[in-house]
Design a protein around this ligand. Sequence first.
Ligand code: URA
Length: 425
Amino acid sequence: MHSAVDVIRAKRDGGELSDAQIDWVVDAFTRGEVADEQMSALAMAIVWRGMTRRETARWTAAMIDSGKRLDFGDLVRPTVDKHSTGGVGDKITLPLSPLVAACGAAVPQLSGRGLGHTGGTLDKLEAIPGWQADLSVDRMRELLADPAVGAVVCAAGADLAPADKRLYALRDVTGTVESIPLIASSIMSKKVAEGTGALVLDVKVGRGAFLKELGQARELATAMVELGTDAGVRTVALLTAMDTPLGRTAGNALEVAESLEVLAGGGPADVVELTLTLAREMLAQAGIDVDPAAALADGRAMDHWRAMISAQGGDPDAPLPGARHTEVVAAPASGTLARLDALDIGIAAWRLGAGRARQGDSVQFGAGIEMHAKPGDTVTAGSPLLTLHTDTPEAFPAALDALRDAFTIGAPPAPTPLILGRITA
Ligand code: URA
């Protein structure tokens, strides 16, 4: 007979939880038998005491078992997905999913909405008139099996890792998000439950990321790769830089427009580099020996994008929503843009209405920031550096306040790589 108090005390005192204790506590929490305050106390004990690889794997398995596990093993094409831990201007899923589908893999991507200064993929796609995030599992399977589509990006159903949904909401309000085993098990329980055969993780590091230091990011990436591997999903992680925003836009419709440039064979160099690097990793994990650069250049990825958007009710030809008001921030001096801070840009875009403060709030599709220069570019005093977009002009002062120290004009920055490391099992 288990008791929540015994499990909390065991972890509080630095003990290792048994498989039976973990299975019981996660299941009893899902059924409402373990109270929110007890689970919060256990989460705090885990923040302080950590969990071993065995405990974390069992915790993840228990969270997967709290709901349904999808299975796309009957598809002819191999399944592979990508997960990013979130960054400013990170629109990579948009060009990447149709690109990888165009190269012969099936991409079942369950995504989330944004909270705080990093945007969510579903918010970006919802900027496309008509596009719907909700799909039944049967429809997902149909679209993944269709060689003209091959990729879906949709909202996770309520029955996918429900223990994680409840636990994450508690962690959010009890200061218990910051724990490598809890973050790793939260992300991986959802990714394993979605039924992908292989997974590429993009773990962001730097000012605009959830993890600011390379050591922490490496630790999280290693924990997630171990969890994926233990659960039978071929998993690899890249550590990628997030000190500067990705690309030249942050904000939902602005990021869709930039993704379309990439799919049309253009777009900012960093977005193209990361899209192709992640596509190569995904195709390698899926066992497909194809160069994704060709599929981007010859329009096949764009064809898959159009099919994928139409299949989810969207009109790929409809004009994207724009914001009603804009304000330009001009360069205060001439020289080289030495620094553009991802966190400040993310917070400003969020204040303009591109993100939400609370779960359930709505976002403004047209809001966000266009960046007319990136670090290393030459700027002239008085020329536009940033354009701020919003429907609610009363948001400008708070956004401008966030941008007070967002950039430096001075000596050219030392070149920094986008890809900082690679973690395999
Ligand atoms: N994202 C998640 O899904 N879970 C966490 O714990 C942190 C980030």
